[in-house]
Design a protein around this ligand. Sequence first.
Ligand code: PGA
Length: 265
Amino acid sequence: MARRPFIGGNWKMNTDLATGKVLARTIAAEWGADVSRAEVVVFPPFPYLESVGQEIGLSSVALGAQDLSSEANGARTGEVSAEMLCDMGVRWVLVGHSERRHRLGESDALVAEKLAMALESGLQVVLCVGENLQQRHAGRTHEVVGLQLRSAFAQVPEEAVARIVIAYEPVWAIGTGVAATATDALEAHHEIRAFMSSRYDSELASSIRIVYGGSLVPGNAKTIFAAPGVDGGLVGGASLKAADFLSICSSAVIGIEAGRTGDSA
Ligand code: PGA
């Protein structure tokens, strides 16, 4: 069965209440009536989740959060639990984003705990993995991504995997304006699918969606999405402009369709 394209807009610590609402309203109005083409999710900052949720309403655009606590509740000042997210109508959550891994020191173990908590709570997860520039130059991409995946999926039961999208996000491409080439993405996605095949089985590996993230813009999206095995994208900077984000969403549908003929995964 063909994998449905997935596009996430990670707003990070950007927008204010007014601009976030307009952004969400515009995306929902332009894209939200069509449920068939691609799954589109916006990830606003925590304080705007409720307002953005109201703006996207019953459209097909879904609400996502950028993080969650690994704990269910209790003395965790500043943290937000999975249950709180579910209360706010959140359906998706980012786990393991490189900005949290590298700037905030989230370990592979913590990422695995957050993943487990999200899945237990019924949330769907975009699990981010990727190597930094030094690791890439040292030829360690495969090893680093493999370690991140092994740790994250160690305790994930087979039946929960359908609720995970894996985002391959090379750290050197995030927010730098230097996107990976379609070949870089294709190779990494191939390795990730091979890992999933060995961890679970080939059927499951060919059903999981693997998306690319890192300096996606309207000008490069179609080419990257046409790489076999690339099922969409996680978009940072370009998700803050409705027109750019919508253009990338359309490119996902067109590009992935074009690339499918060569997709043996
Ligand atoms: P970028 O961010 O598109 O601004 O590079 C991507 C991400 O961090 O998910």
